[in-house]
Design a protein around this ligand. Structure first.
Ligand code: PMP
Length: 360
């Protein structure tokens, strides 16, 4: 039976990447050791690190006035790193809150700055809606403006980019980086935890505009300092080398498959297939407004919640794993990141239709 893993993160990785890592595990690069056992400062690993950065730059067309950092501490590590590193721009952090992750970012920033919610998503006619920018204002004095373009838990995605003028726009792209084309120059800082579209957990990729480096509080720990890490090529201390290597393999896999445009098209087909199944059913429902439906995390409820455990049990037996929704939201969540093939979504849709026929 083919297994399809819909986990929100750590999420499935491309099979081709795992096979390559497996083939290289005991004897990487002809070294006679694994990549985990060599110095991060030696030439062979430095070549891996540089190629990973170069490939990421190619994939996202990162302008030359942005640094790419490979940091520790995942997504949450950036919730405090951003306010620490931008402290000299001012004492006010402004936030758009559209779900749990952007909300946690507010609370974490509040430990270091005045942290203010400018707008939040609302329930409009029973569906979650992100308010358009025309209905809120950004304070021009703010040190930065933070938002999360894809909320992993609620399945809420924002398909437009806030216009923040001279206030640097900071985006937590943990769950939709590399899923679609973006214009990096719209942002001051983009960060992402790795365990969805990049590689193993623990790593955070940070893309930061050069003029925003060096504005940190004096007590910023060096390993979280953009200045220290950019001066050290993200090797101020020993970086998570295996995660970095595996991220590089994922970037290569994306490039080998044509880059962002084809994966974006494939992601759209996958999401449309799943939402169509939900919309055409009497049993399943999604409560996010059409404009804000996530293409990465498809959240849905069964009209009859007492069927949840049976649905999950039958899904597991059919090889469809990790469909349980986040405990805060309940119901189901199918995370369909870049590595999920269309066949996985088709198998899920067939299962859902069959389940509705027999239990609806
Ligand atoms: N932001 C978003 C959007 C996430 O989905 C997550 C993790 N699921 C995080 C931040 C936190 O990442 P980490 O667990 O790596 O700290």
């Amino acid at each position: 039976m083919t297994i399809f893993n819909f986990c929100a993160g750590p999420a499935m990785l491309p099979a081709a990447v795992l096979k390559r890592a497996q083939a290289e595990l005991l004897n990487w690069n002809g070294q006679g050791t694994s990549v985990m056992e060599v110095s991060h400062r030696g030439k062979p690993f430095m070549a891996v690190a540089e190629k990973a950065e170069a490939d990421l730059r190619t994939l996202l067309n990162v302008p030359s006035n942005y640094k790419v950092l490979f940091m520790h501490g995942g997504g949450r590590g950036q919730f405090f790193s951003v306010p620490l590193n931008l402290a000299k721009r001012g004492n006010l952090a402004q936030h758009l809150v559209t779900g749990q992750w952007s909300d946690i970012a507010v609370k974490e920033a509040a430990k270091y700055m005045q942290s203010e919610v400018v707008a939040q998503s609302a329930n409009v006619g029973g569906r979650v809606c992100v308010p358009l920018q025309s209905s809120w204002d950004i304070n021009k004095q703010a040190a930065y403006f933070h938002y999360c373009p894809n909320e992993t838990i609620e399945g809420v995605e924002i398909n437009w980019v806030p216009k923040t003028g001279n206030v640097p726009l900071v985006a937590d792209m943990s769950s939709n980086i590399l899923s679609k084309k973006i214009d990096v120059s719209d942002y001051g800082i983009i960060y992402a935890s790795a365990q969805k579209n990049i590689g193993p957990s623990g790593l955070a990729v940070v893309i930061v505009r050069e003029d925003l480096i060096g504005l940190e509080r004096n007590d910023t720990p060096a390993i979280f300092s953009y200045k220290e890490q950019s001066a050290a090529g993200s090797m101020y201390n020993t970086p998570p080398t295996f995660s970095w290597y595996l991220a590089g393999l994922v970037f290569e896999w994306l490039l080998d498959n044509g880059g962002i445009a084809p994966i974006e098209a494939a992601n759209l087909v996958k999401a449309q297939t799943l939402y169509r199944c939900i919309d055409n059913s009497d049993l399943y429902r999604n409560q996010v407004s059409n404009d804000n439906r996530s293409k990465m995390n498809v959240v849905f409820q069964l009209g009859d919640g007492s069927l949840d455990s049976e649905f999950l049990k039958q899904a597991e037996l059919s090889g469809l794993q990790a469909l349980k929704g986040h405990r805060a939201v309940g119901g189901m969540r199918a995370s369909i990141y870049n590595a999920m093939p269309l066949e996985g979504v088709t198998a899920l849709v067939e299962f859902m239709q069959e389940f509705e026929r027999t239990h609806g």
